[in-house]
Ligand binder design. Structure first.
Ligand SMILES: [Zn+2]
Length: 335
């Protein structure tokens, strides 16, 4: 959904308050670094801040309805510039020079501020950062530069020390779930699952919600796990082979099993009502929790973590996956 005011934006209260106050009281700095994980709303927050600096309303800014706000909405405000990079994984010195350094001395088109938003700053080369440095050190009075990154450590200390740093925080699952249900039309089951998988990021949760691949992987994996006890070994190996053929897909499948086992563990540990990720699988989770001891559950969770680690360091994981899936499917022996 479209977000045109700070009130529409869910979470990140401190950053919203800070930006709203700075815009309202004319206390905006010249350079900011907005860090935090992808999907946490950094670009939207930067756009809202830019819109509020350019908004002409005397009331709450950004108003969302004045001419300036409408231009921001359509992506056509000449004084709100998003700096882009030509190559997919690199921000070059030319990108910064052409779009920022040579442009920043030109006065704003309308009265007031001129705002530059630079996403993906972790991709900036050292030369690009050095080129940017001068504009941050001696900016024209109307300029506001907002750097966005998911990895602060890629930025030069000289760049960091000249910017006001703000960082987004992961949101509680409940908040993400509510957002998906109220604003994205998600059902309770999918909202609960996508929120858990997002790690506290509304953008990532919405991506999961609208991803057909995720839905397919999810249904396929849950069905397989629930039936695995009855399956002959060759079908288990076939599933492992198929899953191991695609690394990203495999990581997803491992996460699905991991969250399922966390549910089983939670069910076993808690006495009262529990808040499960897979709310539709309560029957399976309950029976598995009854039949499996803590040691077994812990062992499965540990092997999943190990497999994920091996995958991240590019070690072939098919063999490990075979063992894991056999482990899960084995008839239960301990009560
Ligand atoms: Zn406005």
């Amino acid at each position: 959904m479209e977000i045109n005011s700070f009130a529409d934006f869910v979470g990140q209260e401190k950053i919203k308050d800070y930006f709203a106050d700075a815009a309202k009281n004319g206390r905006a700095g010249h350079a900011y670094i907005l860090s935090g994980m992808k999907g946490s709303g950094r670009k939207t927050l930067a756009r809202l801040f830019g819109a509020s600096l350019l908004c002409t309303s005397a009331e709450e800014v950004p108003c969302g309805t004045c001419r300036s706000c409408k231009m921001v909405r359509s992506g056509n405000h000449p004084d709100l510039i998003t700096v882009t990079h030509e190559k997919p994984a690199t921000f070059s010195v030319e990108d910064i020079r052409d779009q920022l350094v040579s442009d920043i001395q030109i006065r704003p088109y309308y009265k007031g501020k001129k705002v530059y938003i630079i996403p993906d700053c972790e991709m900036m080369t050292l030369q690009a950062q050095n080129a940017l440095l001068k504009s941050i050190e001696e900016p024209p009075p109307y300029a506001v530069i907002i750097l966005i990154t998911d990895n602060l450590s890629f930025l030069l200390p000289t760049v960091r020390s000249r910017c006001t740093g703000l960082s987004t925080v992961p949101l509680p699952d409940g908040l993400v779930k509510d957002y998906l249900m109220k604003k994205e039309g998600a059902g309770k089951r999918e909202a609960s699952i996508c929120a858990a998988f997002s790690g506290g990021s509304i953008g990532t949760a919405a991506e999961f919600l609208h991803s057909d691949t995720f839905r397919e992987d999810l249904n396929k994996t849950l069905e397989f796990i629930k039936r695995s006890k009855e399956l002959p070994a060759n079908e288990i190996f076939a599933f492992a082979k198929d899953a191991a053929s695609d690394k990203a897909g495999l990581l997803q499948i491992l996460d699905i099993i991991l969250f399922l086992y966390r549910d089983i563990l939670m069910f076993k540990t808690m006495d009262g009502p529990v808040s499960l990720t897979f709310i539709d699988e309560t029957g399976y989770i309950e029976s598995k929790a009854r039949q499996t001891d803590y040691y077994e559950i812990g062992r499965v969770i540990k092997s999943i973590e190990e497999l994920k680690g091996r995958l991240r360091s590019n070690v072939n994981a098919e063999a490990g996956l075979d063992v894991l899936l056999l482990d899960i499917s084995e008839p239960v022996t301990k009560i």
